[in-house]
Design a protein around this ligand. Structure first.
Ligand code: NOJ
Length: 543
């Protein structure tokens, strides 16, 4: 068995955001220290030792800025402050220092597509038609008989246009009406947001995850979106997914904005620009920009959005690897605060296979807090739902609350998250499913994650080595990761039934170094491999 201790080999050819592992914290739910039932920055500081123990290289914080919290912080009313719920700017500075003193990095969420309707920019903009900030947002006259400017829908349900009585025009909001979209065609808006970026970069933050990057510019003529193919479209339903948002998102001009943002990050050493982008692979990769002028990492959500099917996933991996620009660094995401948790999507036993896939593929992995202890979506009674997406569309079961519940630290009251009532309830099972117990259990999900993370950190073949797909069928995905020194075979059974790997022209001989079936670790493999249902394993191959 490989030992799980060891140093992280430094790699001079690659940067930290290529070799490292990113961990997303949803600050409301990580650790409360002031007894209000909501997590805070001091709480994150308190748990940094845990993240270091786990082997995390970079923490991404969901928004911590002043906000009316209509969308839990994604409606920002001051881009350069800290919401008192989370603490003070001193707390933030302390957090940044503590992260850096552990050799880790900190990245912030930047939400440039829209502000809160309480942001001073919008208050000014809506005050009169001739206010200098009027053109900072997207205003439009009504059509005949008060008609909407076009058919665009809000992601959170309903029309995307809100009527303003005072100035007798509509404004556009891709999300809530409390989140008016900025007009990124206006150079003053561009400059204001670049100033925000400089403010945080000067403080020393290591980069940004840019919210809804592909939404930032809309069609100049505001043309109607067409109906999407293969949907049970009914015009009166006002369901976002029934339209194909070809005119409200992913406009060619967005790349110029991304380029500006990249130039700002380039003025500082080794900062990273990550884009949140839900698009098919061939469009996603355009966000790398020509000649490294775009995002360093356009988030790749294939593992979140595809059905958990070995052939579809194997195809997506191939397509992605093939579509990347020559100097584009890959990345993979398994969970985030907008999607059901991986253990609820694919089941507990497959969640281990998913973890192995995430941490062995080529490219930067992003882990969502709590996935490492196999947290599942927590059932939230209807009258406790707080997510606006869930509240606006109560019949569709699309609330994001279930995947945003407090971190389960230990078996004590409220799982060690808070002394008072948590803002979202915990599952009944937290006394069994928590960090403290799993730390002691060599067969736990946490121990499994930690050994995969350690392997990745110790073995450059996984961080920066070559990726070669070798096999896939209705059950299995198998690939090789290698560099000049080491060669590893990864075999994943995405089904619950036993499966055979029968290589045709290759022979695979070596030793199993990690398996979901811990009993197999250390055993030798001689070509034909038989896997249990839900098994994933890594073989160190003889050269
Ligand atoms: C994407 C964020 O991840 C999500 O949580 C938010 O609701 C929307 N953008 C709107 O900002």
């Amino acid at each position: 068995m490989e030992s799980i201790t060891g140093t992280n080999p430094t790699d001079i050819d690659h940067l930290w955001w290529q070799t490292g592992i990113i961990y997303q914290i949803y600050p409301r739910s990580f650790q409360d220290t002031n007894g209000d039932g909501i997590g805070d920055l001091k709480g994150v500081v308190q748990r940094l030792d845990y993240l270091q123990w786990l082997g995390i290289d970079c923490v991404w914080l969901s928004p911590i800025y002043p906000s009316p919290m209509a969308d839990f912080g994604y409606d920002i009313s001051d881009y350069q402050g800290i919401h008192p719920l989370f603490g003070t700017m001193e707390d933030f500075d302390e957090l940044l220092e503590q992260v850096h003193s552990r050799g880790m990095k900190l990245i912030l969420d930047l939400v440039p597509n829209h502000t809160s309707d309480q942001h001073p920019w919008f208050l000014e903009s809506r005050s009169s038609r001739d206010n200098p900030k009027r053109d900072w947002y997207i205003w439009h006259d009504a059509g005949e008989n008060g008609a909407l400017p076009n058919n665009w829908l809000s992601v959170f349900g309903g029309h995307a246009w809100e009527w303003d009585e005072t100035t007798q025009q509509y404004y556009y909001h891709a999300f809530l009406k409390q989140q008016p979209d900025l007009n990124w065609r206006n150079p003053e808006v561009q400059q204001a947001m670049m100033d925000v970026m400089h403010f945080w970069l000067k403080k020393g933050v290591d980069g940004f995850r840019v919210d809804v990057m592909w939404h930032m510019i809309k069609d100049a003529r505001l043309r109607n979106n067409p109906v999407a193919a293969n949907t049970p479209f009914v015009a009166s339903d006002l369901i976002y997914e029934y339209h194909d948002p070809v005119y409200s998102t992913d406009q060619p001009e967005v790349h110029e904005i991304v380029r500006m943002m990249r130039q700002v990050t380039n003025e500082y050493d080794e900062r990273v620009l990550i884009g949140e982008i839900y698009l098919p692979i061939h469009k996603l990769v355009t966000y790398y920009g020509a000649d490294k002028s775009g995002a360093h990492l356009p988030f790749n959500f294939q593992l979140l959005t595809l059905p958990w099917d070995s052939q579809q996933i194997a195809r997506a991996i191939d397509e992605y690897e093939g579509a990347l620009p020559a100097d584009g660094w890959p990345n993979w995401v398994l969970g985030n605060h907008d999607q059901p948790r991986v253990a609820s999507r694919v089941g507990r036993s497959q969640a281990r296979v998913a973890a192995m896939l995430l941490l062995t593929l080529r490219g930067t992995p992003t882990i969502y807090y709590g996935d490492e202890i196999c947290m599942r979506d927590v059932p939230i009674p209807q009258d406790e739902v707080v997510d606006p997406q869930g509240l606006n569309m109560p019949d569709r079961n699309v609330s994001r609350d279930p995947s945003r519940t407090p971190m389960q630290w230990d078996p004590d009251t409220n799982a060690g998250f808070t002394d008072s009532k948590p803002w979202l309830r915990l599952p009944y099972s937290y006394q069994r499913q928590n960090v403290a117990l799993q730390k002691e259990d060599p067969d736990s999900m946490l121990s499994f994650y930690r050994s995969l993370i350690n392997l990745r950190k110790r073995q450059p073949a996984f961080q920066t080595g070559k990726f070669t797909p070798v096999y896939s069928d209705k059950q299995l995905i198998a690939f090789i990761r290698e560099n000049d020194e080491d060669r590893f075979l990864v075999v994943l059974n995405l089904s619950h039934r036993p499966a055979y790997l029968r290589p045709k022209n290759e022979t695979y001989k070596g030793e199993i170094i990690i398996s979901t079936e811990t009993e197999r670790i250390g055993l030798r493999v001689d070509n034909n491999l038989l896997l249990s249902g839900d098994e994933g394993l890594i073989v160190r191959l003889e050269r």
